[in-house]
Ligand binder design. Structure first.
Ligand code: F6R
Length: 607
């Protein structure tokens, strides 16, 4: 998704801004641009495509000594991804970069047209720049102009704004999309993500929602929307929040899959004491957990698949209904918050706009909220009543892998915690599963990863097809949903997940020898039924790739990946790692850009 970086300081900032843009590339974007202010004149350079193209284009200009500038990577929402729509946008004396969406931008058009502003792009951003510029013309006061414009604009956004006649300062606005201030010695920065800050910046402030900042060489000020000064909460910049490196791996995705064992170990260690689950560090209110008569879960994409996995386990352990809903639909389906309920949101980034909106809705209704989040101090982490952190470390690859594996492991532990709190699981059983999750699981994931060549061998034939089914039953159906998402997002194979028994109610008509089927079977209770479904599709010509324990029925399967011997609750998580490797190697064989699939963004901060 879009990325912002701004610099006000003592050093020429062109390269600082460019490095910031490179660090933000992982978020996904389709154009980039920069505005530098020198002698009360903007130099604005934009380019379609990669940041390297922008850098190339900048070489045609004289190297700038400017110490004040803003830059942006754009992921198109309004208008095609071309140069004319790339940010920064300039209107009058105002240059602006923007993350997020302004829903009522059309309302600004007649106001601006009446004042003789003309538009050069299709973007909502340009209209916002126009409105700020108009009010700046009228008031001569940047803060008043920004606050007045923001009161007119509806949506969810973050801005970095410069004015041509203000050589020393940049303004930031946070209203729904994250914006951070980097604090340095004789310099201040604005960024949408800590990754964009240079290595020597060791402190930052996450701007509060509904706040405006003014940053300059010697510091910064923070205001609320009525321009009253507000206090800043400075935080140290930790290693995890910094830019990431591939450490010798060809792709971040592969590196992150290889990090899964360590990430699971670290995360679970934080929530186990004396061999039993202990979530006191998260601040979750145990008395609320004990009283729950139902639970709602909201999340998006891969995190939602972890949510469905959690639903399965919580319903199994607690025998209470769990309603899992993709966050973008949550509010439109008018959730019924009956009895003693709570909302669990799951998010790697902690910034996903739809998930945040679901959380806010629940909070408005007075519903207790728990967030499972990977990024400390992210919006969701700050707004939820209690936060259970996954300690997965930074995830750069657009396709989420280690975050998902850690989420499923942690949610298994959380479900166990709920079960033992409410007495539906005995202490002895809880101890046993706890041991399996924390000790056995990381080792077994390691075993799966060590057999990566075996997974790669399955991929040659799959990579030559354009469609695939993933089939499984019960909890395996959720693993299939994630496996299919991974395969389609990075290899562009049209992979669909189906509950294994559902195929014959229609979709089996698609089966042919051009339609491979990946079957996941990890649970003894459904092994025979899934085996029958494997035979059904194999006898209609499909090549079946079975992921299952070695002693499960295998007839009908063309190839089998035998899961390591492990306790049954661990097997679905191990199968998930196999499907991640399968997606990775299939995409590689198809020559796809694994870490940056087309049209996608790492952090989806628009609804
Ligand atoms: C797919 C993927 C996405 C994210 C989704 C939610 O590989 O990564 O489906 O899971 O956009 O993101 P978070 O977890 O950051 O809320």
């Amino acid at each position: 998704m879009c990325g912002i970086i701004g610099y006000a300081g003592k050093s020429p900032c062109q390269n600082i801004l460019l490095s910031g843009l490179y660090a933000l590339e992982y978020r996904g974007y389709d154009s980039a641009g920069i505005a530098l202010l020198d002698n009360e004149r903007f130099t604005i350079i934009k380019s379609r495509g990669e940041v390297s193209r922008l850098e190339e284009k900048m070489k045609a200009f004289q190297a700038s000594e400017s110490t004040l500038g803003i830059a942006h990577t754009r992921w198109a929402t309004h208008g095609e991804p071309g140069e004319r729509n790339a940010h920064p946008h300039k209107m009058g004396k105002t240059a602006l970069v923007h993350n997020g969406i302004i829903e009522n931008y059309k309302e600004a058009e007649p106001i601006l047209a009446e004042k003789c502003y003309t538009f050069c792009s299709d973007t909502d951003t340009e209209r916002a720049a126009g409105l700020i510029d108009l009010y700046y013309r009228e008031t001569g006061d940047p803060l008043a102009a920004i606050s007045r414009a923001c009161k007119k604009l509806r949506g969810s956004y973050a801005f970095a704004v410069m004015f041509e006649d203000r050589e020393n300062e940049i303004y930031g606005v946070r209203l729904g999309s994250p914006l951070l201030i980097g604090v340095g010695d004789g310099e201040s920065l604005l960024a949408s993500d800590t990754a964009a800050f240079p290595a020597h910046i060791d402190r930052y402030i996450a701007m509060e929602d509904g706040s405006i900042s003014r940053i300059f060489r010697d510091g910064f000020q923070l205001f609320d929307m009525s321009l009253a000064k507000i206090k800043a909460n400075e935080q140290p910049l930790t290693q995890i929040s910094r830019g990431a490196h591939k450490d010798g791996y060809e792709h971040f995705m592969r590196k992150e899959i290889h990090e899964e064992p360590a990430a699971v170990l670290k995360t679970l260690a934080a929530y186990i004491k004396n061999g039993l689950p202990d979530f006191s560090a998260s601040g979750v209110d145990t008395s609320i957990l004990k009283q729950l008569s139902s639970l709602h879960i909201a999340a998006c994409g891969t995190a939602m698949h972890a949510g469905l996995f959690a639903k399965f386990l919580i319903e199994k352990f607690l025998r209470i209904p769990v309603f899992a809903e993709v966050a973008s639909e949550f509010r439109y389906n008018e959730p019924i918050f009956d009895g003693n309920t709570a909302l669990l949101v799951i998010s790697q980034s902690g910034e996903t706009a739809d998930t945040l909106a679901a959380l806010r809705l629940a909070k408005e209704r007075g519903i207790y909220s728990i967030a499972v989040v990977n990024v400390p101090c992210s919006s969701i982490a700050r707004e939820a009543d209690a936060v259970i952190y996954t300690h997965a470390g930074r995830e750069v690859s657009v396709a989420s892998t280690k975050a998902y594996t850690v989420q499923t492991a942690l949610l298994s532990l959380f479900a166990l915690h709920l079960g033992s709190l409410r007495g539906s699981i005995s202490q002895k059983e809880a101890q046993k599963i706890c041991f399996s999750l924390s000790r056995e699981l990381p080792e077994k994931i390691d075993e799966v990863i060590a057999r990566e060549d075996e997974v790669r061998a399955l991929c040659h034939s799959i990579s030559q097809k354009e469609s695939a089914f993933f089939i499984g039953r019960g909890v395996d159906a959720h693993i299939c949903a994630e496996g299919a998402l991974k395969l389609k997002e990075i290899s562009y194979i049209n992979a669909q997940a189906y509950p294994a028994g559902e195929l014959k109610h229609g979709t089996i008509s698609l089966i042919s020898n051009d339609f491979p089927v990946i079957a996941v079977s990890t649970q003894l209770c459904s092994a025979e039924k899934t085996a029958a479904n494997v035979r059904e599709v194999a006898s209609r010509g499909a090549d079946v790739y079975l992921i299952a324990p070695a002693d499960f029925p295998q007839d009908g399967a063309k190839r089998v990946f035998a899961l390591p011997k492990a306790a049954e609750p661990l097997l679905p998580i191990l199968a998930a790692t196999v499907t991640q490797l399968l997606a990775y190697h299939t995409a590689l064989l198809r020559g796809c850009n694994v870490d940056k699939p087309r049209n996608l963004a790492k952090s989806v901060t628009v609804e």
